[in-house]
Design a protein around this ligand. Structure first.
Ligand SMILES: [Zn+2]
Length: 253
């Protein structure tokens, strides 16, 4: 039996401090045996490095979140840059552009996104990209990048998805594909080639049905995975095999 995996989780978030052992136990019970832990803060990254389990293979990423760029000065940027070089930092992200809450700082968002891409290129580390209400600018910046990456929690349409696939990127699908009215997400999974799809929880948010509204956790990725396999008419084992292959071809470190 192949395992499931969660390509994007925040189990280092404070909402898991009380019962992390239980959360890891449910991962093991549900065969979610690989996960990428995302950190947007240095303290969260330090904590992520302490999360270990005998049956679960964790990878870690660190990156300056686009919503936080207003708080970033040169000193803080250099602290992130130094940590990117660590062996335990397997990917750079989540980084990107988010114009949903504010677009007054577009130029700073773009600058910090580009600077982090440059470091990833230098280190040969893959990108984990967050893009919200900013797909055109995200594409403009990524089209010149020399490293691969994943468009995490992908929420734009299938035409844009294919443009990122053509750049060599993966498309990661989160819980919303299981919700009612998931029209856009369904169009995306039916368009993107299987060898470019990933799945994730983005927990603690965006729990898939039937857990919608609850705190999300990596074991719930199974609902998302089963839904996609069923929707695509692919055997679950074959889908899991493909997900594992995709995960390892992107996250080689
Ligand atoms: Zn995230």
């Amino acid at each position: 039996m192949m395992n499931w995996l969660d390509s994007h989780c925040h189990i280092n978030d404070s909402s898991f401090r009380e019962d992390l052992d239980e959360v890891l136990k449910r991962m093991e019970e549900n065969d979610v045996l690989k996960a990428m832990i995302i950190s947007s803060y240095i303290e969260d990254y330090d904590f992520a490095k302490t999360i270990v389990h005998p049956k679960i293979a964790f990878k870690r990423s660190l990156g300056i979140y686009p919503g936080d760029v207003d708080d970033v000065d040169e000193v803080l940027f250099e602290r992130f840059a130094a940590l990117f070089e660590e062996k335990k930092c397997n990917a750079i992200g989540e980084i990107g552009l988010d114009y949903h809450w504010t677009s007054d700082n577009k130029e700073k968002q773009k600058a910090i996104f580009k600077q982090q891409i440059e470091l990833a290129e230098k280190l040969g580390k893959p990108l984990i990209v967050h893009s919200r209400d900013a797909i055109e600018d995200t594409y403009e910046i990524l089209k010149d990048a020399s490293v691969k990456g994943v468009m995490h929690c992908y929420g734009d349409d299938e035409k844009w998805a294919m443009r990122f696939v053509e750049l060599g990127f993966y498309i990661s699908i989160a819980g919303p594909v299981t919700w009612k009215k998931a029209k856009k997400e369904l169009a995306v999974i039916h368009t993107v080639p299987l060898d470019r799809l990933l799945i994730e929880t983005d927990c603690p948010y965006l729990a898939p049905s039937p857990m919608r509204g609850k705190r999300n956790e990596p074991s719930f990725v199974v609902y998302t995975g089963k839904k996609i396999a069923e929707e695509l008419g692919v055997e679950e084992e074959e889908f899991k095999r493909q997900l594992n292959e995709n995960y390892h071809s992107l996250f080689t470190l």
